[in-house]
Write a protein that binds this ligand. Structure first.
Ligand code: COA
Ligand code: ZN
Length: 315
């Protein structure tokens, strides 16, 4: 880590109703999705990735994207985002008045074929058409680079290839970039190096880090990115989520664990951790299974336990 100092504020971007739900074994009813998003809007998160406008055959859990986007209450100050893979999805997201479209493709050819059924070149060509379609709409465009820290089929991806794709995004007219560790392959040293290289090459371009905790390195990777000046992180309530088209994918870093860590470190996030924990603790009943997030179970570091009675030193 070069600087060793931390940003004045970290922006928390909640992805539970997109990345989180896309891989769930069961469809979460539309009304429950809307209620969850509305509750998250009141926690102080900077962005909420509401849904994906993708093929309902590819991701049946998010087949209600338009309905959800229409029904949520938009809170001023929160940016409402939708993932889009192609022009058709972008047009639907623009119709739904999303504030931001998250254009996603993989730097790895094999994962892009598995996930999007397109070569990276085809995805990029489609993205140029999306930029043209979105011009004048007022919607922001973020470009996500999936498998930026490694692909479950191809392994490591050269940093030069990742940065070249970021450059292509920016040249095409996108406003910001996300480096995504789709299957939790990133390690903190690699993260520090790639974030430093990105910032050196692209200066103040808005950068988001999207980590999965598949191998227990998620929050260590956050710390490494923070040390290089990153200040935006995607995270999922409860730590659920994953790409259905990447073998072995598991949950995102947990939003409440991330906010708890930052709060304990004295780094402001603007997020009400108590409210977030209430929502995380309600998730198992909503989903029908346990969640990987740890602070929802353990409580905050400051939640002390009553001391055992009758304590005295052994004489
Ligand atoms: N929204 C809704 N439906 C869409 C769509 C979109 N953005 N894009 C395509 N479709 C529909 C087509 O109309 C077609 O439907 P039909 O079979 O009823 O005629 C079907 O999806 C397949 O369309 P096609 O253009 O042949 O695409 P494909 O089968 O090559 O799939 C994608 C390409 C990108 C649409 C599909 O792979 C996809 O949605 N992937 C998203 C994966 C994802 O979300 N991964 C996790 C997040 S990283
Ligand atoms: Zn993800």
């Amino acid at each position: 880590m070069s600087s060793g100092s931390f940003p004045a504020r970290v922006f928390i971007q909640e992805v539970v109703t997109r990345d989180g739900l896309q891989i769930e074994p069961r469809f979460l009813p539309t009304a429950d999705k809307i209620a969850l998003i509305d509750a998250l809007s009141d926690t102080g998160v900077a962005k909420i990735e509401v849904t994906s406008f993708v093929s309902p055959k590819a991701v049946p859990n998010l087949a209600d994207a338009a309905e959800v986007a229409r029904a949520i209450t938009r809170r001023p100050g929160v940016t409402y985002v939708a993932l889009v893979p192609n022009l058709r999805g972008a047009e639907a997201a623009l119709d739904a008045k999303m504030d931001e479209l998250n254009l996603v493709m993989s730097v790895s050819e094999t994962h892009n074929l598995a996930n999007m059924r397109m070569t990276p070149a085809q995805s990029l060509e489609g993205f140029r058409a999306i930029v043209a379609a979105a011009t004048g709409s007022g919607a922001r465009l973020n470009g996500s680079i999936a498998t930026a820290f490694g692909c479950p089929f191809e392994g490591a991806q050269p940093a030069g290839k990742v940065l070249a794709l970021a450059e292509a995004y920016l040249e095409a007219g996108m406003n910001s970039v996300t480096l995504a560790d789709t299957t939790g392959m990133a390690n903190p040293r690699q993260v520090a190096e790639l974030v430093a290289a990105f910032r050196k090459r692209f200066g103040g371009v808005e950068l988001t880090l999207h980590f999965h905790n598949t191998r227990g390195m998620g929050l260590a990777n956050v710390l490494a990115a923070l040390g290089e000046g990153a200040e935006r992180f995607d995270a999922s309530l409860g730590g659920i989520g994953g790409c259905p088209f990447a073998p072995g994918a598991t949950g995102n870093i947990s939003t409440e664990d991330l906010v708890h860590m930052l709060e304990e470190m004295g780094v402001p996030t603007g997020v009400d951790l108590a409210r977030l924990l209430e929502l995380a603790r309600a998730l198992p009943a909503l989903l029908g299974h346990d969640i990987p997030g740890q602070v929802a179970k353990a409580g905050r570091s400051g939640d002390l336990h009553p001391a055992p009675t009758g304590l005295k030193a052994a004489s």
